[in-house]
Every structure is written in structure tokens, then in C-alpha cells.
Design a protein around this ligand. Structure first.
Ligand code: G3I
Length: 339
């Protein structure tokens, strides 16, 4: 027995060991009978195909627990997980000093147990924001929120959408509570706080509808200003929510990814869905990302149409409502398979 333990009375050691053992048993029982809900992983975890880059999907705990086809399609197809809503401010931090990580923990635990990458989403977004966070000392609350969330998942989240959708469609900065109070430097604060909380995570600026035109130019200009101010930004996320009748071509996305690369930044297609699920639209994004050295992955925003945020009737995802693969799935996965 190590000398330092010999100095402790045997009775004390016995009590300590017993207490530890009891706590361990309680933890197991707690999870089995009424602990926080988990993703019901099967005994045998299906292996997704071998992709050259992460292919991800947004996941929600409710559907994963209720719909076997949804969870099975996710496990056997995707190698990256983005919590669809579980990490949003209103969910994890509903009141000052009150936190609820149950759903986020369940999704991150499942990703770790199935060896999938995790994209944390989002740290700061003015949607799904509890009213308390939008008034008073918004900077302190922003720092506290980002620091707590990033620290909790340090080492388990590969990329964070640090700032989500800071631009209006005309390319101007959204007048959210932080912009109104601090001006553009609120973005600097968010990124610097995230970097300090987890120096390893890659930090992204994520935007909707910015694949083309004035919004893309404004997004690149913003990223350039941040980089030139020494803000620790690593990448830009293009969400690519689109439609079968009007989607960014492979060439447009290739130019976007190259322009982002010229800033020295990584790029990710972060939330793709295509109303009508045109295979050409999915193939365009998959080929552009596969061919771009700085594209770190592609994530679709959901798994099956049944649970799509945009509505089952839009048929926007690679799997139908029953979890059957559509032609879009082959169009999406083909270009990303390791050659
Ligand atoms: O959890 C509550 C539930 O308790 C309540 O009964 C129910 C009915 O009111 O609402 C549930 O919350 C909903 C939440 O999704 C979880 O299902 C919210 O009302 C609903 O607004 C929310 O929608 C999410 C939306 O972001 C919010 O803006 C979508 O699921 C989610 O897919 C969507 O995702 C966003 C990305 O985060 C950012 N980029 C755009 C993308 C699409 O809007």
C-alpha cells in the first residue's frame, strides 16, 4: 500500500471506499431508473460509409427516442452530429444562473459513444433567446453563457458556430441586443471568450442565405475585418437552406469556398436541406465541398422528412418520412466517399 495511504486510519479508508462505491451504484441506478433521457443506442452500432470528410446531420433527442427509423438512418449514414436545438440559449440557459444540459449531454454522449464529430450550435444567436439575456449587462451575460457552454463540452466539440446569423439579407449587421449595445465588437467578444474556454475547438461564423450575392460579399468582408482585428475565427459556415428550383450550383459554391480559403479560413456547409430534395442540388454541394481543400465537412439539417424543421411536406431531406433513402442520398454521399 503506498506510504501516503498508510498514514490514513484504516476505518477512514473503509468509509471512503464504501461511499465511493455507493455513489457509483446510485449513478448507474439513477441513469437506469429516471436519470436524464439518453439516445437509445442499439447494441450493435451501424458503421457509416468511409467518407473523405465529415458528413453530418442535425439531430434532436425526441425523434431519436421516438422514431427508430430516424435514429437508424442517422447512425448508419452520418459521421458528424449537430444538436438541432439542444444547445440554444433558451434551452440550456433559460434563466440567469439556471442551466439545463440534459438534451445536449445526451446528444454529445451519443456522438462520443458512436465516434461521431460534434458541431456545437449555436453559442450566440438572437433567436430562441430568453428575454433576460437581451437586457441589462448583455456583454457580461454573453461572456458567461459562452464560457460555461464551451467549457462544459471542451474536448468533445470539434467546431462551434460561435456567432449565428449576424447579417440581414442586405448585408448590414442585424441590430440584435449585442450589436445595439457594443457595436460590431460583440462578435470579437464572443469569439475571444470561446477561444479562451476551449483553445482546441475550431470557431465558426455561421450564416443563412449567404451563398450568393451581396450577403456573401458582406459575410466575407465581416470575416476579413475580424481576422484583421486578430479575432480568433477559424471558419465560415454556409447553411445552404435551398430549393430544388433555385440552388447554388457546384461552381458558385466552389467560388465561395475558394474565396473563404483566400482569407485563410476553413469552410463548412452547415445546415443543408433542399425543398423537393433535388439530387442535383445535393450533388452540387457535395462535389464542391469534396473538391475544396478548406471545406471541413457538410451537414444536412435533419435526417428524415418527418422531423424536418421546414415541414414534412417540403420533402427537403435525403430520407423520406419513413426513413427510406431517396435519390438525393446517393447524390450527397457519392462525392464524399473516400476515393
Ligand atoms: O421545445 C418546444 C416545445 O416544448 C413546445 O411544445 C413546442 C411548441 O411551441 O415548441 C418547441 O420549441 C420549438 C423548437 O424548434 C424545438 O422543436 C420552437 O417552437 C421552434 O421555433 C424551434 O424551431 C427551430 C428553429 O431553428 C428556431 O428558430 C427548428 O427546430 C430548427 O431546425 C431551426 O434551426 C435553425 C438553426 O438553428 C439556425 N439556422 C436556421 C435554422 C432553421 O431556422
Amino acid at each position: 500500500m503506498p506510504s501516503r495511504l498508510r498514514a490514513i486510519p484504516a476505518g477512514v479508508l473503509l468509509v471512503a471506499a464504501g461511499t465511493f462505491g455507493l455513489l457509483a451504484v446510485l449513478a448507474v441506478l439513477g441513469r437506469a431508473f429516471g436519470g436524464p433521457p439518453e439516445v437509445p443506442l442499439p447494441e450493435r452500432i451501424p458503421r457509416p460509409p468511409d467518407y473523405a470528410k465529415p458528413l453530418g446531420a442535425a439531430l434532436s433527442l425526441g425523434p431519436a427516442r421516438e422514431d427508430e427509423a430516424y435514429l437508424d438512418a442517422f447512425l448508419r449514414t452520418f459521421t458528424s452530429l449537430t444538436p438541432e436545438n439542444a444547445m440554444k440559449w433558451e434551452v440550456v440557459h433559460p434563466a440567469r444562473g439556471r442551466w439545463n444540459f440534459d438534451e445536449a449531454d445526451a446528444l454529445v454522449d451519443a456522438a462520443v459513444r458512436t465516434r461521431k464529430r460534434v458541431r456545437g450550435h449555436p453559442l450566440v444567436w438572437d433567436q430562441q433567446l430568453p428575454p433576460y439575456a437581451a437586457r441589462g449587462d448583455v456583454e457580461t451575460m454573453l461572456r458567461e453563457h459562452v464560457r460555461t457552454l464551451v467549457r462544459r463540452y471542451r474536448g468533445r466539440v470539434a467546431q462551434w458556430d460561435v456567432v449565428n446569423e449576424p447579417l440581414e439579407d442586405d448585408g448590414t449587421l442585424t441590430q440584435n441586443p449585442w450589436q445595439r449595445t457594443l457595436g460590431e465588437r460583440w462578435i470579437d467578444v464572443a469569439f475571444a471568450t470561446a477561444r479562451a474556454a476551449d483553445p482546441e475547438a475550431q470557431l465558426f461564423l455561421n450564416e443563412i442565405g449567404a451563398e450568393r450575392g451581396v450577403k456573401f460579399s458582406a459575410l466575407v468582408a465581416l470575416a476579413r475585418r475580424l481576422r484583421d482585428r486578430g479575432v480568433p475565427i477559424d471558419g465560415i459556415g454556409l447553411q445552404n437552406h435551398t430549393t430544388s428550383g433555385n440552388f447554388p450550383s457546384r461552381e458558385v459554391l466552389a467560388e465561395d469556398l475558394a474565396a473563404i480559403g483566400k482569407l485563410g479560413l476553413e469552410a463548412e456547409i452547415t445546415e443543408m436541406d433542399v425543398e423537393g430534395a433535388s439530387p442535383r442540388a445535393y450533388a452540387a454541394a457535395a462535389r464542391a465541398c469534396a473538391d475544396a481543400p478548406n471545406c471541413t465537412g457538410l451537414t444536412v439539417w435533419g435526417v428524415t422528412d418527418r422531423w424536418s424543421w421546414i415541414g414534412e411536406d417540403k420533402r427537403a431531406l435525403p430520407f423520406d418520412a419513413a426513413g427510406r433513402a431517396k435519390p438525393a442520398l446517393r447524390a450527397l454521399t457519392g462525392p464524399l466517399r473516400r476515393r
